[in-house]
Design a protein around this ligand. Structure first.
Ligand SMILES: [Zn+2]
Length: 138
């Protein structure tokens, strides 16, 4: 039984690793194309309006690049966790998170059941808070 489990784990590892690496490549390509659209240097003389549009575009691109770089870091982290054998496990109950779920949400740390329970608990807390609102004094 232990052997069979190992084979299954190996398969899952392959699938998840492929998925994460594909994701990483995708982000790297987007980052590269974003870098290419950014002007290397704003050396030319322009009128103010043109300049401010450029500044805006540059700011948006820069924010996008930062977001991508952040996701890249998360992917690397996920790959490290996968290699350590702790990726794709529910942080709450320890069961394996489904591959379909991980494909949709590579950084998911809870299985569907725990996620739903958590969301339910949160809405209960929210409703409880509403009930406990202090009543007007008079
Ligand atoms: Zn769980």
């Amino acid at each position: 039984m232990g052997r069979k489990k190992a084979v299954v784990d190996q398969e899952r590892y392959g699938v998840l690793k492929g998925m994460l690496e594909e994701r990483r490549l995708e982000i790297q390509q987007k980052l590269r194309s974003l870098r290419e659209t950014l002007p290397v240097e704003a050396g030319e003389v322009r009128d103010a309006e043109e300049q401010s549009v450029d500044d805006f575009v540059q700011e948006v691109d820069f924010a996008l690049m930062q977001m991508k770089a952040e996701s890249l870091g998360k992917i690397d982290e996920a790959i490290r966790r996968l290699e350590a054998g702790v990726y794709g496990e529910c942080a709450e109950c320890g069961t394996e998170i489904g591959e379909a779920r991980l494909k949709a949400l590579p950084f998911a740390t809870l299985c569907v059941a725990c996620q739903e329970r958590e969301e339910n608990e949160q809405s209960v807390v929210r409703e409880g808070a509403r009930v406990q609102e202090p009543a007007p004094l008079r």
